[in-house]
Design a protein around this ligand. Structure first.
Ligand code: ADP
Length: 495
């Protein structure tokens, strides 16, 4: 099967969050099945030089924007069993020659341009593609553009799959934004094409992807159900309901080679699932001491709770902050590792950091730090994940693999992976963390209190929760089977 992924992110080249990591995990797992895999991403300036040494210039693709023609260099390399293609535009706006992956005023144009070059490149390849697999709004345009335009000149793609990693971002634009790329934008102002469900003057790229793809994947079963409701559908619930028969909920996995407490190069004291809970806890405790020293925290045996993730509304900003204040009342150490894309959020957390700079039990690290993330997973007792919504969530799975007990809000993929230790309706051997329903400070505080209480007063139960969590298989094997079955089913369908 020839499968081509097109994405804005791919670890380790360009990873902002779950998308880049999930795609990397999926590709790594899929290559063991002997499939012919290609992945196309932009050639961002931020891709570390060390990853580029094997890339060779493959060809040049000309693409028009605003009646000008621009040349794009296509770089490719076969890395770890799959072909990686990097698109480097020669464009006056330096679309990808910038410091970050996202967050620019012209993100819409950057990714429309990227989608067009990627499709143009694929149309010039020999042989046909079985599955074109698109990810999020950034590449959604490729589905309508292929079906309405490119396929008319001769078909070269059998089926298109669209993955929704985050429904909150949809790529709104106006018809004339597409006209700029030689696409009839007004043609798409229709319900069954790309007309936005809320604003009847807008086009919605993600909606185009939903309508035109043959299969849709949402990254957890629970989130696949949640988004059909008005309150969770980000304005697209009607389209999603209309396309429900195409939707598949497939839970992401994690890369268990990269995330492995047995030989993780970022951590000092290793451990694994075959060890007794007590021994795991001892190793984690030693990692905690290393971390306390490194971050200049007090060398105490207080419980350590962490947060790792983006600092955005989605992740429950107000609850993350409340856990920080609760730490002072409840006597636990608390570490936040997070980066914000909004300046006001960054400034707010910078102020908090300044205020707490003398506090020896609280540490805020603002920015992206892979090494610190591994150290936190390997030394924390608990990880809070108080998300407002969460399509899948990887951090809870990573935490569990590192014997760190998640305290998570019961939403989206978190509800599919974290099961409350006190919920009698759930089989005992599945219960692996603490959950809460309401998006409130008091609900989170109660869950934290229960977790601390068990750690301090019922160590046997605490250790058995660690053991349950660390045994869970979160590898990509299961997800890969589901993706393969989906591809095979789609390829059997006539239209
Ligand atoms: P999302 O995709 O919504 O950002 P996920 O839970 O799916 O959230 O994935 C987040 C991934 O990014 C995890 O691997 C997590 O360890 C990593 N991560 C997030 N923020 C940071 C950070 N500031 N430093 C290091 N790693 C981070």
């Amino acid at each position: 099967m020839h499968i081509v992924h097109v994405s804005a992110e791919l670890a380790p080249y360009a990873k902002v969050g779950g998308l880049g990591e999930a795609l990397f995990g999926l590709l790594t797992s899929f290559k063991t099945l002997g499939q012919d895999l290609t992945v196309i991403i932009p050639k961002y300036r931020l891709i570390p030089e060390k990853h580029l040494s094997t890339f060779k210039k493959e060809c040049t693709i000309i693409v028009d924007e605003d009646r000008h023609s621009y040349e794009n260099t296509i770089w490719s390399s076969t890395v770890s069993g799959y072909k990686v293609v990097l698109i480097e535009p020669t464009h006056p706006k330096s679309y990808f020659d910038r410091d970050h992956v996202y967050g620019y005023e012209d993100d819409l144009f950057r990714f429309l341009y990227f989608s067009k070059v990627a499709l143009q490149y694929l149309s010039l390849q020999d042989g046909s593609i079985d599955i074109l697999h698109l990810h999020d709004w950034h590449t959604s345009l490729m589905a309508p553009l292929y079906k309405d335009t490119y396929s008319k000149m001769g078909s070269f793609i059998k089926k298109i799959v669209l993955n929704i990693h985050n429904l909150a971002f949809q790529g709104f634009c106006k018809p004339w934004d597409l006209e700029r790329f030689g696409i009839d934008g007004y043609y798409y102002l229709q319900e069954n094409r790309m007309l936005d469900d809320q604003n009847k003057e807008n086009l919605n790229l993600l909606k185009g992807g939903l309508n035109y793809s043959d299969g849709i994947v949402v990254v957890s079963k629970n989130y696949a159900k949640e988004i059909l409701k008005q309150e969770n559908g980000f304005g697209l619930h009607n389209t999603l309901i209309a396309q429900e028969q195409k939707i598949n909920g497939i839970l992401n996995g994690i890369d268990t080679t990269f995330w492995n407490p047995q030989n993780d190069p970022y951590i000092s004291f290793h451990y694994d699932h075959s060890m007794k809970g007590k021994n795991i806890q001892q190793q984690k405790e030693k990692n905690k001491q290393v971390l306390q020293k490194r971050l200049n925290l007090s060398n105490s045996s207080l419980p350590l709770i962490s947060y790792v993730g983006r600092l955005t509304e989605q992740k429950g900003l107000k609850l993350i902050e409340s856990a920080l204040h609760f730490a002072q009342e409840k006597q636990y150490q608390f570490i936040i590792l997070g980066s914000a894309s909004e300046e006001k959020v960054t400034n707010h957390f910078k102020e908090l950091k300044e205020k707490l700079k003398d506090n020896k039990n609280i540490h805020l690290h603002l920015g992206y730090d892979e090494s610190l993330a591994h150290e936190l997973y390997s030394s924390s007792d608990f990880l809070i994940i108080p998300s407002l919504f969460e399509p899948c969530g990887l951090v809870q799975m990573i935490a569990l693999r590192y014997g760190t007990i998640p305290i998570a809000r019961k939403t989206g993929g978190l509800a599919d992976t974290v099961f409350d230790v006190d919920d009698l309706a759930i089989a005992l051997d599945k219960r692996n963390g603490y959950t809460f329903n309401e998006f409130t400070e008091s609900a989170l505080n109660l869950a934290i209190s229960r977790a601390l209480d068990t750690l301090q007063n019922n160590p046997k139960k605490h250790l058995s929760i660690i053991s349950t969590g660390i045994q869970i298989d979160f590898s990509w094997d299961l997800a890969t089977k589901h993706y393969l079955a989906l591809y095979q089913r789609l390829l059997k369908e006539k239209i």
